[in-house]
Design a protein around this ligand. Structure first.
Ligand code: ATP
Ligand code: MG
Length: 618
């Protein structure tokens, strides 16, 4: 059956032009028009007007009010301002005003500034490869001007007077002299008034305002030498003063709680210099919103950086938890391409691998440093020595192996510390070191100045986690053959997992053998857990493993975590003094002793100072 086009031409079915609505390719009186096969679309090449071109490219730069705020602040920073005031109304849809005390513009420059491809920041193609200003495309003002009513008031301190210029839909409608101290004020009114589609797609006011607040927050954090304020409908949302410290600025933006838990990092001199702040593993967030990365002062989004950091925290975070991190990366402009994204949010590094390494080394190194400072501070005070390493290696301790430490069978230098001193000749060890168990879960130690409280499960879990994790690289930990091998009869599902992972179990010290259909024999277990109820541990590990749905690589990581959790002393287990001492000594030998693998703290200290505050003596 034939169909008919608008001009009553018959054509076969396969052309499927919407019946009666469009002309077809056969229509002789519309030269050049052809119907697109199967789509019913008419194609004709038109040359777009400047106005349309302006609106299209504006769409790339100016997505929403926050993009305008970003571009205007960047211009102020590039103009060398050290004070920037931002005011918005209607979450930026009614008004955005950015006033700065930067270099300002001459009347001639002001006129040029709103045209497309006009910039004072680069002049040749090579310049693109050594950009050290935030702007360089010469597009922002033109784009904003194309989709708003804009007024620029500016004075460069040299012309006879300042200039006030009014621009609508990209066209300069008025220009007059105006008084103003050196600097520039740009007012953007009725954003997208001439692009209704864009206006319709804006989110509700509160979301647009949140976005503006985040944008301004990023500038506050990354420009400690600039005074920045933000008001919405006259209400002040931010105000930062010059000369505040980096962490004060972070606190102003991310809040005192987040900032209070952050540690400063610095990679030192490197090709990629990384400075900034990261949260301690025990104080993390449920999303990545407290992560901000700056590259040569420019805020960038980078999944790579975020994932690298996440990796550095591995084994310390619960699933779905993310560290807070404010990082400033400095790199020579030739080693990075900022020209790969319309709003310059994404960048491309010339040597991504090197940056990853620096990031990991710096973050991980900081944890280790913290370990030395924190956990061992207690031990230091305890006997007046300087640190656990020294403590560990004291000459007279060298051959000491308490019975208990001997039992530990850790791969490290087990048992060589005075902490496991039961029954041994340590004149200087005071009674106050004796641990007590409170609530069947917490180990409490007291000395003259501090009380150290350790969560027995979290601590032991950390110990096992490190032993099992290391086994992946350096071979199984010491294993203990069972005098009476244990037979386990599993569900089909569990047996499936066991079959798949029998070698992985072996890697972490569990020697198992298939024994008929769904049965297995446990022949040996990691010596470090041999005193635990082995059958329950293995059964619990399998039950947990069958509940996870992960890829092969993730499964092995999960096994390490689950085995550490299930193998560890539980809350509620009664512990003897020697067992408590053993856990504590093993914990102090861990690389990262502050948290369990899920990120909960293993121990904390109450200092005399805090006690005095509580009793209001201070
Ligand atoms: N606040 C300001 N103070 C002084 N000069 C400014 C200011 N804002 C804009 N200008 C001038 O106007 C020019 C055009 O600004 P515009 O933001 O459009 O482009 P750009 O900053 O050069 O590049 P980009 O499009 O990447 O932002 C700038 O190069 C600068 O010379
Ligand atoms: Mg700019």
């Amino acid at each position: 059956m034939s169909e008919v086009c608008r001009n009553a031409h018959n054509f076969p079915n396969f052309l499927r032009v919407a019946k009666g609505t469009l002309p077809c390719g056969k229509c002789p009186h519309i030269p050049g028009r052809r119907s697109l096969l199967g789509k019913g679309i008419i194609m004709k090449i038109n040359i777009l007007t400047e106005e349309v071109i302006g609106k299209i490219s504006a769409g790339e730069v100016v997505e929403r009010p926050a993009s305008v705020v970003k571009e205007l602040i960047e211009n102020s920073i590039d103009a060398g301002a050290d004070s920037i005031d931002i005011a918005v109304e209607g979450a930026g849809t009614k008004l955005i005003r950015v006033a700065d005390n930067g270099t300002g513009m001459s009347t001639d420059d002001a006129k040029l500034s709103c045209l497309r491809h006009t910039t004072s920041k680069i002049s040749s193609a090579e310049d693109i490869y050594r950009i050290n200003t935030l702007g360089f495309r010469g597009e922002a003002l033109a784009s904003i001007a194309a989709v708003s009513k804009m007024e620029i008031t500016t004075f460069d301190g040299e012309d006879k007077s300042g200039t006030c210029m009014y621009v609508e839909s990209g066209e300069i409608l008025r220009i007059r002299p105006a008084g103003r101290p050196r600097g520039t004020t740009i007012e953007v009114e009725n954003l997208f008034y001439n692009v209704p589609a864009r206006r319709k797609f804006l989110r509700k006011e509160s979301s647009e305002l949140t976005e503006i607040v985040s944008v301004v927050g990023r500038f506050i954090v990354s420009n400690p030498d600039i005074e920045i304020s933000l008001t919405q409908e006259g209400r002040r949302l931010f105000h930062s003063n010059r000369g505040e410290s980096g962490i004060e600025r972070v606190a102003a933006v991310l809040g005192d709680d987040v900032a209070g838990s952050m540690m400063e990092i610095d990679s030192g001199e490197e090709k990629y210099r990384v400075k900034g702040f990261i949260s301690s593993p025990s104080s993390t967030r449920k999303d990545r919103r407290a992560q901000m990365f700056f590259l040569n002062g420019r805020y960038v989004k980078s999944r790579m950086i975020s994932e690298t950091i996440q990796y550095a925290y591995r084994g310390m975070l619960e699933r779905g938890r993310y560290p807070a991190a404010v990082l400033f990366i400095t790199v020579s402009p030739e080693d990075v391409d900022v020209n790969v994204h319309p709003s310059k949010l994404m960048v491309k590094f010339s040597d991504e691998k090197a940056l990853k390494e620096v990031l990991q080394r710096t973050v991980y190194g900081r944890f280790k440093e913290e370990k030395k400072k924190d956990i061992s501070a207690f031990r230091e005070k305890e006997d007046g020595r300087t640190g656990p390493e020294e403590f560990l290696l004291r000459e007279e301790d060298k051959d000491i192996q308490t019975e208990f430490a001997y039992k530990e069978n850790l791969s490290g230098p087990a048992g060589k510390r005075s902490f496991c001193s039961e029954g041994l000749p340590f004149g200087e060890i005071q009674d106050t070191e004796r641990p007590f168990q409170v609530g069947g879960c917490y180990i409490v130690q007291v000395n003259d100045e501090d009380v150290l409280i350790t969560d027995q499960h979290a601590a032991h879990e950390r110990v096992l986690y490190e032993v099992f994790s290391k086994a992946k690289e350096s071979g199984p930990p010491e294993m203990q053959d069972l005098l009476f091998p244990i037979r386990m009869d599993l569900s089909a599902e569990e047996a499936l997992i066991m079959n798949k992972m029998i070698e992985d179990f072996k890697t972490i010290g569990f020697l198992l053998e298939a024994f008929g259909d769904n049965s297995f024999i446990v022949r040996a277990v990691p010596a470090i857990i041999k005193d635990r109820d082995v059958k329950t541990v293995v059964a619990d590990v399998l039950a947990d493993m069958s509940a996870v749905n992960l890829s092969r690589v993730e499964l092995v990581d999960e096994l390490v975590k689950i085995a550490a959790c299930r193998g560890a002393i539980k809350a509620g287990d009664r512990l003897g003094e020697d067992e408590m001492l053993s856990v504590l000594s093993q914990l102090s030998r861990c690389d990262l002793p502050f948290t369990c693998p899920h990120g909960r703290p293993t121990s904390f200290r109450i200092t005399i100072d805090e006690m005095e505050k509580r009793f209001r003596r201070k």
